[in-house]
Design a protein around this ligand. Structure first.
Ligand code: SF4
Length: 201
C-alpha cells in the first residue's frame, strides 16, 4: 500500500463496491466518509447509512460518519428545487464534498475521492470540478477516476449481496423525477404494446 491516506466520500453502499475495489487495485486503501444530508426522508437516510455500516464492518473498512447538515441543505440546495437540476446538484455536491475535505484535512488524510464517479446518473464533470477545487483549497490531492463503466458490475454485485438498492438519488426532487421517469417508461411500453397488437390483427 502507498503512503497516501485516502478519504472516500460514499453516497451509499452499492455505489462503494467498485470504487473501493479499483482503489485497492491501485494500492490505495480508502477510509470511507459518510456525509449525505441530501437523502430524504429521514428513514431513507438511516436505511442507506445502515447498509453502508453493515458493508464496511463486513469488509473491515473504517467508516467516518461526518456531519449531515440538514439545515444547510435546506437553506443552500432546496431553494433551487425542481427548476434547475444542474445548479441544485452542484450545490448538493458542494455541500457534501466540502464536508469531506474538511474532515480529511482535520484528520490528516492526504487524498480525497467520491463514489459519485461511479453512477451514470450523476453529473460527472460537475462533481469532478468541485472535488478538484475543494481538495486544492484544503491542501489535499483529488483522486479523479471514471468508474462509470463498472456501474453495471456494481449493480450486479450489490444485488448478489442482497444490498438495499434505492430507486432515486436522494432528495425529494429526485424522488419525484424518478417516479415521473418510471411512469413515462411504463406509458411508452404500454403504447408500443398497443401498436404491436394493432399490427398483429
Ligand atoms: S438529485 Fe441527488 S445530487 Fe442532485 S440535489 Fe438531489 S440528492 Fe443532491
Amino acid at each position: 500500500m502507498s503512503e497516501a491516506r485516502l478519504l472516500l466520500h460514499a453516497c451509499c453502499a452499492p455505489c462503494s463496491l467498485e470504487p473501493v475495489r479499483h482503489l485497492r487495485l491501485e494500492g490505495l486503501d480508502p477510509t470511507i466518509c459518510w456525509t449525505n444530508p441530501n437523502i430524504q426522508p429521514e428513514s431513507e437516510r438511516i436505511r442507506r447509512l445502515d447498509e453502508l455500516r453493515r458493508w464496511c464492518a463486513a469488509e473491515d473498512i473504517e467508516l467516518i460518519e461526518a456531519s449531515d447538515n440538514l439545515d444547510a441543505w435546506e437553506r443552500g440546495v432546496a431553494p433551487l428545487g425542481a427548476t434547475d437540476r444542474v445548479r441544485r446538484c452542484r450545490a448538493c455536491y458542494g455541500l457534501r464534498l466540502s464536508e469531506l475535505c474538511s474532515v480529511a484535512e482535520a484528520r490528516g488524510f492526504t487524498h480525497v475521492a467520491t463514489t459519485l464517479a461511479v453512477s451514470p446518473y450523476q453529473l460527472f464533470e460537475v462533481s469532478n470540478e468541485l472535488l478538484e477545487r475543494l481538495a486544492c483549497a484544503h491542501g489535499l490531492t483529488p483522486v479523479i477516476r471514471d468508474w462509470r463503466p463498472w456501474y453495471g458490475e456494481a449493480t450486479a454485485r450489490s444485488r448478489a449481496l442482497g444490498m438495499y438498492r434505492q430507486r432515486y438519488c436522494g432528495c425529494r426532487f429526485s424522488a419525484a423525477e424518478a417516479a415521473l421517469d418510471r411512469a413515462r417508461i411504463r406509458d411508452e411500453r404500454r403504447n408500443n404494446h398497443r401498436v404491436r397488437s394493432v399490427f398483429a390483427l
